[in-house]
Ligand binder design. Structure first.
Ligand SMILES: [Zn+2]
Ligand SMILES: [Zn+2]
Length: 104
């Protein structure tokens, strides 16, 4: 593994870990500590954006809102609406987190 490959690997692993907070039931609201229930969707929204930024740095096409990618799509399924925005997020009002759609 070259240094660049190691960097890409680390970025992708970090993004996948962040995304696990969005998709996995394992990381419930009991695991993440919020002041109130309204904080969950906001925090998860930022976690998704962070994952997207990490994948962008790794040179991987990713959604800027939720951090999904070709290898790790949204649970309900999605396609590319824009080069860095997936169809699941494109259908949402600006700033509204993905998790509300998944759970609703
Ligand atoms: Zn998305
Ligand atoms: Zn998506």
């Amino acid at each position: 593994m070259t240094k660049d490959e190691a960097k890409k690997y680390a970025l992708c692993e970090a993004a996948a870990w962040l995304r696990s907070f969005l998709n996995d039931d394992f990381y419930s609201d009991d695991y993440l500590e919020f002041d109130g229930p309204e904080d969950g969707p906001v925090v998860r929204g930022f976690l998704g954006e962070l994952a997207g930024e990490l994948l962008e740095r790794a040179g991987v096409q990713a959604c800027r809102k939720c951090g999904c990618s070709d290898g790790d799509g949204c649970e309900e399924g999605c396609t590319w609406s824009e080069p860095n925005l997936c169809s699941a997020c494109a259908g949402l009002a600006d700033g509204r987190p993905l998790i509300e759609v998944v759970s609703g």
